[in-house]
Design a protein around this ligand. Sequence first.
Ligand SMILES: [Zn+2]
Length: 879
Amino acid sequence: MYKTRFLFLYTLLFLAACSTPNSVNESLAYSDELAEDLEFPPLEVVMKIDEDYDNPKVREIYNPSNTILTDLIHTKLEVSFNWEESQLNGKATITAKPHFYASHELILDARGMKIQKIQMNGLDLEYDYEDHLHLIIYLDREYKNDEKYTVAIEYISKPDELEMGGSAAIAGDKGLYFINPKGEEKGKMPQIWTQGETQANSVWFPTIDSPNAKTTQEIYITVEDKYVTLSNGKLVSSKSNEDGTRTDYWKQELPHTPYLFMLAVGEYSIVKDSYTKNDGTKIEVNYYVEPEHEKDAMGIFGETPNMIAYFSELLDLEYPWDKYHQIVVRDYVSGAMENTGAVIFGEFVYKDAEALLDNNDQSTIAHELFHHWFGDLVTCESWANLPLNESFANYSQYLWDEHRYGVDEADYQAETEADGYYQQASYQGYHDLIWFDHFDKEDMFDSHSYNKGGRILHMLRSYLGDDAFFKGLNNYLISNKFKAAEVHHLRLAFEEVSGEDLNWFFNQWFLGKGHLILFTEYEINEEGNALYLKVKQRQNIDDFPVYKIPTEVAIWSGDKMEIHEIVINQLEQEFVFILSGELKNIQVDPKQDLLAKIYEEKPIDQFVHQYYNTKAYKSRLTALRRACKQNTAETRKLLVDALTDPFWNIKIEAAGIAEKVGAIESSEIMDRINFLAENDSVSQVRATMLSITNDELDEVQRLELLKRIVHKDPSRLVRSSAFQSLVDFNAEEALSVARELEKEASSSLKVTLAEAYGQIGEETEQEFFEELIFNGNLNGENELRVLFSYLSFSLMQEIDLLEKTIEIFEFYKKNGGSYVEMYFERVIQYCIEQHQETINSLDIEINTIEEDSNGDASELKSLKQRYLTLVSNLSALSE
Ligand SMILES: [Zn+2]
């Protein structure tokens, strides 16, 4: 599963939309704080753990894997739908056998169903279903573990009537979703889809809903002829029925776990692609999108066959399943889901060619694909072992970036992942990666299982070397395929390949918590030929391990560079190295692949040397940040060079640093920044450079540059940035440019214009917003951006216009997608608070006037009345 990362972004967006332009700028200062973070943090704030974590009163749970009483063998489903009632009519025919001990019962998970009939060989069976969670079926006799039996269950699944009791009652465990089933919401294609992970599929078919169960699958889906269907396995047949419906028959012959079952129904367009396996078998790789996105499907998903080929080769194990389809659904409850051969994505992946210039979703695509080995072929046996699925899927994003975009891009993304872990852990606390005492299985889906796990795999790869690492993965997959595994299976697979006992690695990283915090300093002897490197582990060892860290030290001295292997395994250690001449630089972990906060105490000239003489992205980045603290000639030279670095984010960092230390006053630097603003091939670089300016610049020239870019740059991101600069620079000019562009704007440019009007729009722009919101067919992120822009636009207007907001908010309430739903209530509450403030100040004014016996407050009173009505209409919307 891939959770959307938008939540954080939208929180920022929300704050930005609800603030004055000034505080928008303040929120950008955040990245400066990140730069400061490179200074060694005080010990007491270094790592803290969840307070509940070590409290035995709270934490005495051990979450074991589910005890296996019965082996599922085969699941045959026959389903049709009642769109009016949002129900599924189903028949499940389940073949199973006792796992070891003989039994006369079959116990299935079945949540909130109406059970109509249960039969075996045509004869009714007795059953208990009192809690509406567990279906206990009494078989006709006792069965031994070498005896298969088959039961048929007729049922109705009612996801919308589920009683969501208990702590696990989250919006996302309905299992089966009917979206706009009666077609009442404008611009939203009616559809049905499912989401199984973690244990929600037992809402729509009775099963053993546990990650350590596996079964083969076939499903007959009957729908009106206008719909297409998607499920796991191959589409074997499509048969028209006499009543005008059609039955699609999907069959998957290889076993997988019940949370991976899926179905989807809707009037989708299918864009066909394919992948040819090594043995020459061609499999279908199709993209299911809404018709209006058909033209973009190849742009969004077109790298998939290359990814399948690359991962198959890397793992030396051919893609194991019979097809690989991907579908985009509305109002999805997660980011994406690795249902075997039928992956679901949220609507955030809908991007047109223009949007793809700024950003693509190949990371998410790779993540779900890699799950088809790690998760689908070999499945974590319990949710505590979830990192066996998610760490690998997370690491596949690195592998794909490295292959497709180069190691700098991969390392850049890896740093973002590591930061995600550092940040979340700093406020939610640290726990073991394989987290046996989690409170709730849903808590497993955090930045430990994903981000930290991915970084740990990278360290293991670096330690073992590529050959042993990938051979180990292959061994793990082959040894455990079509089975469930726990972390020890993984360790044993690597041990078998490498020949080394790896408990030390697995104990500290998979079964322990935290990360290394390292402080280093050095001294040189009087003769100048020996260097004493002191390293100190600074994590709090009451709660975290003293780590064993095999790593390297690179020393540049005289005209030589030497790499020394060391093992850091004590709280404080000293290593001695012989120097070949004057020391130029010493660096611990030159490959920069440790999950660690490392603070190296050394002079600035060593960081300058480091920028020019090391390869790793993070090494260059750290060098730049540590070397450029002041505006000196040396700093400016380094910044100019960094502004021509081959990697885009180094250029962006360099520009940010130049601005911070005042180096943009240098014309050489500013010329370079202006050049990049118009000519860099990466849109993020152009967008950032545009936002930087110094006072020296000719106003006319600047205005011309911004206008030129707004008109001609192909990237939405760059045009937005240019617009933002234009707004800051000359709001009047910006407004007239925006109005001029409105007529022929593409839909993404309209979003940019909406954002500009959100800051500088006048009453007349209401018409633009109405047209865009009612008829723009916006969805996903764009829909939300326009909502925030409209919010900030409307709050700058007078009552006549404010009264018109009700109709717009009503529209959003009725038609808004899942992102809008997430924020709608807060938007309305924010408006109410703002209007309430206006009412309060009107009250003060009215009082002042009335204290004067000659004053006439009737006009203000009627204005106040209009605001009160507005607030009451808004309140009605939030009910
Ligand atoms: Zn995942």
